[in-house]
Design a protein around this ligand. Sequence first.
Ligand code: UFG
Length: 334
Amino acid sequence: MGKILVTGGLGFIGSHTVVELLEKGEEVLVADNLSNSSMDVLEGIKKITGKNSDFVNVDLADFEKSRTIFESNEIDSIIHFAASKAVGESVEKPLLYYRNNLNSMINMLELSREFKVGKFVFSSSCTVYGEPDQLPVSEQTPVKKAESPYGNTKQIGEEIIIDFVKSHPKLKAISLRYFNPIGAHDTALIGELPLGVPANLVPYITQTAAGIRESLSVFGGDYNTPDGTCIRDYIHVVDLANAHIIALDHCDRMEESYDYFNVGTGSGTSVLEVINSFEKVSDQKLNYEIKDRRPGDVEKTYADTTKANSILGWKAERDLDNMMATAWKWQQTL
Ligand code: UFG
């Protein structure tokens, strides 16, 4: 058995996936350029699992440097997380996003062919659906024109894989379309580490409660939803991590070379419901105000997870209170 290369393995979702892989006895090689993570995460992974994972600091957009990973390791699978992920930044620096996210993807696929890698799992996003015409969003829901260069890199990334496996069907590839990953590991030894002011809801909530931010702005209270705030499908990062492991296993059973799955809980939760859950599990009042809508926000989206449930045999297990409790426990360690 060769190793599983986890690119972006020190990031939020990557690190939780590395933990689950190591706990299942897999051999893992983490590749990360530390652009949005730190070596402390590797320490956290080691403390949780009691195991060492090999680590290489590399920019995967650099083909020759990436190639050396494959020359010195027998890689049989890749879980490809490495990517820039800030929607707003991608609008300001589109070429950076296309260069980072697409070059690294092309390099990983090229090297998969050269070094006979058999399995490839790609982090895609529910952003490919935009504002969906029907809910819940199933995999048959048409993909919409991306609203940001970041979203476009996810759409193009999926298309690149589809075209590539047609020419190289020995590679079995799966795209996982994540809904909104939140929460942290139960041990609070790893979690989300946003750079600067968080753009996402849950780190903003926990930082406000911790006194780092003054008040949470709830973006929009006049949406066409039961309480007027936007609806998302929040999923615990450990549930999401496990979906990757199950997807890798599924590659061995696939007849076609490519498939794609929604990964969410299947239920929609409003911003105010997230806040209520946080207040309950943390036993404190959150300082927040309803403000104007944030440009570009989708009103409501949540997943139809039937395909992942029936074909992968995967289902999210953790509820919103657990997501908020683990996120809060993690914040208190920072
Ligand atoms: N929100 C607030 N206040 C904040 C931050 C967020 O009210 O300070 C609201 C947003 O308006 C939205 C909800 O909380 O209704 C969730 O927002 P996030 O920023 O946490 O998540 P998004 O759904 O906007 O973003 C997610 C992923 C992106 C992906 C995007 C596609 O994090 O990677 O979905 O829509 F691109």
